[in-house]
Design a protein around this ligand. Structure first.
Ligand code: NAP
Length: 342
């Protein structure tokens, strides 16, 4: 029998890649869209699957809506990818972020517990839960110390998932995913802001890119590989939690140098602190500026994950390295912007 998957956050980066993967595996895929003003399914379109995913309107803020959808779809697997996922925005909208990223998880779990308790459940947890890290690298046993309303809400989402597994014997897994990027990443995130910005600079559409802390370090992987790990978690005999990461860390400064480098621009640095600037060595033009606007009230300085458990139990390992990931994104944005100008 064909399996049915229900993915929340269908319009997001991971929703698109996971849909593609599950469709390829023969699943019937339902995707929840919260029916916001912008109803574009550009990511599904880019992957050529816009017509293959069955869209349902569901907002995680509305319990009755969640219950009705779980009842109608009666999914075998539920992937909860919906979130207010931008850390910076969570400082401006902490209550909304908590309602979606913490209580939203509980609403979905309750609906599943009441209506389809044998459904398998995946929760999209995050390395931001480690925040002010207690160990380097971070694994499934590392204590959490979140540094943003987003991270705090996700810690609740993680523990309520574990709690429903332990209390009600539900097949519920929490995937603690470190940053994962792609050409489908939202433009607000530093990776994509940069690669899209580089393409716009190249075509004379903008002069520079504004960034926050240059020395923050992150473990960046390639999103299509990370959604494969989500699926593998739900195919295990026993539910468990897994760190998904590359095991490498790179600074925002390295990210900038690598991204510009893959567009043929060598970057030099001038100034210090908030006045530091990235300069095109050939033209002398400033192409990167640090802006206080992008500093967080509480910074996360370094994240680096240890994916050993995933390697051992899921047979999962990252394939795309940092440099190649940045090249893929830069090339995609150069082509996109060029295509738009044609
Ligand atoms: P994303 O691109 O921001 O997608 C999140 C989706 O959630 C959006 O489509 C959004 O809808 C939807 N959403 C927001 N509020 C909702 C609500 N109240 N009800 C229903 N849907 C709602 O995020 P992503 O990068 O694909 O990440 C997927 C998940 O993994 C998120 O939970 C994120 O926090 C988590 N995560 C991501 C990373 C990463 O590096 N990408 C790392 C760790 C964990 P709209 O399209 O209408 O805005």
């Amino acid at each position: 029998m064909r399996k049915t998957a229900f993915i929340t956050g269908i319009r997001g980066q991971d929703g698109a890649y996971l849909s593609k993967l599950l469709l390829e595996k023969g699943y019937e895929v339902y995707g929840a869209d919260r029916r916001s003003g912008d109803s574009s399914f550009w990511r599904l379109r880019e992957l050529g699957i816009e017509r293959d995913v069955k869209i349902r309107y569901m907002d995680l803020l509305e319990l009755t809506n969640v219950m009705r959808e779980v009842e109608k779809i009666s999914p075998d697997e539920v992937y909860n990818l919906a979130a207010q996922s931008f850390v910076q925005a969570s400082f401006e909208q902490p209550i909304l972020t908590s309602d979606i990223d913490a209580m939203g998880v509980l609403r979905l779990l309750e609906a599943i517990r009441m209506i389809r308790p044998d459904a398998k459940f995946y929760q999209a947890s995050t390395s931001e839960m480690f925040g002010k890290v207690r160990a380097i690298p971070q694994n499934e046993e590392t204590p959490f110390h979140p540094r943003s309303p987003y991270g705090v809400a996700k810690v609740y989402g993680h523990w309520i998932t574990v709690n429903y597994r332990e209390s009600y014997n539900m097949f519920a897994c929490s995937g603690i995913l470190f940053n994962h990027e792609s050409p489908l990443r939202g433009l607000e995130f530093v990776t994509r802001k940069l690669t899209y910005g580089i393409a716009c600079i190249r075509h004379g559409l903008q002069e520079k890119v504004l960034v926050g802390s240059l020395d923050s370090k992150r473990d960046w992987g390639y999103a299509p590989e990370y959604v494969e790990a989500m699926w593998r978690m739900l195919q295990q005999k026993q539910p468990d939690d897994f760190v998904i990461a590359t095991g490498e860390t790179h600074s925002v400064r390295e990210l900038i140098e690598t991204a510009f480098g893959s567009a043929g621009v060598a970057i030099g640095w001038k100034g210090k602190g908030i006045k530091e600037k990235g300069v095109d060595r050939k033209t002398g033009k400033t192409v990167v500026e640090v802006s206080a606007e992008f500093f967080r009230p509480a910074e996360v300085n370094i994240l680096i994950g240890d994916p050993s458990r995933a390697k051992k139990k899921l047979g999962w390992k990252p394939k795309t390295k940092f440099r190649r990931l940045v090249e893929i994104m830069t090339e995609a944005d150069l082509q996109r912007v060029q295509g738009r100008l044609r």
